[in-house]
Design a protein around this ligand. Structure first.
Ligand code: SAM
Ligand code: DTB
Ligand code: SF4
Length: 333
């Protein structure tokens, strides 16, 4: 494991991002090879446990109630439905299940109790469990940890300066304080952002600076390409050039050498060759399964064919041992 640096400057990160393309990929690949089992990919599957009707105004998001997208609002899923989805995800090759809810924040009510039961049930199935439920208090983070949660996803999405252009119903500090609460509960952090929102290269660099200067780097860093959805304010954004996606992944890989960089939304529009370049540049994780939360994603079988072609293998759940909070009931008894 490489010693991580936490005092990156914007100039340093921009110099990396702007390197000649092949130099950048070569450097990122070298760091990737030195610090990771580079032919191994961590596969997560997403399920939207509560869809749409969100009070927030994130301008990229099809689930915000105020935008008129074709999405059907769905209440919180039942425990049994989630377990069935987890079985399918595991059969498809996923070692982690990520449950997303279109909430601004978690409330201490019966819905949260049900999510706690979902976390317990999926953890008992020997899958890593991740949640992304919006803002959390320290106490709520602790409840999730006690239920056996492995990771919490909370993206910072863009730079601090750009944030108010994209979202007005909360601020950057709200995001950062939830991430701190997640850390206090000793959960692993999954935090990254989206490119293609109309941000500048400086915004991308600034976002990577925020992530890489956290006291502990997020264990997982998702890089999403905007999926433009009809009815959202960003519906007409042009597709993110693959060159920008590779630059972003490579730069994240270099500034956070031990983190898992996740090639997240946007794969449905990418060729296998384009994805291969992302793996070369340091991606070691994807979301698999034919849906992200609400938008299409490549099917498990197509991804497994890509893995076969590229000689990649999937990473087993709890590869580095089960964290104490995720030990199963029978192991504790
Ligand atoms: N409501 C919770 C929250 O905002 O933290 C959790 C769910 S939210 C859908 C999770 C993440 O999905 C967002 O932070 C954003 O990074 C990503 N996302 C949402 N819509 C997207 C889109 N159209 N394209 C790419 N990423 C998107
Ligand atoms: C992340 O960074 N990307 C995922 C997951 N974490 C929660 C979500 C992508 C959502 C894309 C739009 C949709 O399918 O609704
Ligand atoms: Fe709500 Fe999350 Fe979508 Fe924002 S990104 S509108 S908080 S579901």
């Amino acid at each position: 494991m490489q010693v991580t640096k936490h005092d990156w400057t914007e100039e340093e990160i921009a110099a990396i991002y702007n390197k000649p393309f092949l130099d950048l990929v070569y450097e990122a690949a070298s760091i990737h090879r030195a610090n990771h089992d580079y032919n191994e990919v961590q596969v997560s599957s997403l399920i939207s446990i509560k869809t749409g009707g969100c009070p927030e105004d994130c301008s990229y998001c099809p689930q915000a109630a105020r935008y008129h997208t074709d999405l059907e609002v769905e209440p919180l899923m039942k425990l049994g439905e989630v377990v069935n989805a987890a079985v399918r995800a595991k059969e498809g090759g996923a070692s982690r299940l990520c449950m997303g809810a279109a909430w601004r924040e978690v409330r201490d009510n019966r819905d949260f109790d049900r999510v706690i039961d979902m976390v317990k049930a999926v953890n008992e199935m020997d899958m890593e469990v991740c949640c992304t439920l919006g803002m959390l208090t320290e106490n709520q983070a602790q409840r999730l940890a006690d239920a056996g949660l492995y990771a919490y996803n909370h993206n910072i999405d863009t730079s601090e300066d750009d944030y108010k252009r994209i979202i007005t119903t909360r601020n950057y500090d709200d995001r950062l304080s939830t991430i701190k609460n997640v850390r206090k509960a000793k959960l692993t952090v999954c935090s990254g952002g989206i490119i293609g929102l109309g941000e500048t290269v400086e915004d991308r660099v600034s976002m990577l600076k925020t992530l890489s200067n956290m006291p502990k780097h997020p264990e997982s860093v998702p890089i999403n390409a905007l999926v433009p959805v009809k009815g959202t304010p960003l519906e007409n954004q042009p597709r993110v050039p693959i060159w920008d996606m590779v630059r972003m992944i490579a730069t994240a890989r270099i500034v956070m050498p031990n983190s898992v960089v996740r090639l997240s939304a946007g794969r449905n529009e990418m060729s296998t060759l384009e994805q291969a370049f992302c793996f070369m540049a340091g991606t070691s994780s994807i979301f698999a399964g034919d849906k992200l939360l609400t938008t299409p994603n490549p099917a498990f079988v197509d991804d497994m064919a890509m893995f076969e072609l590229l000689g990649l293998k999937t990473r087993a759940a709890f590869k580095n041992g089960r964290p104490e909070n995720t030990r199963k009931e029978e192991e504790i008894a």
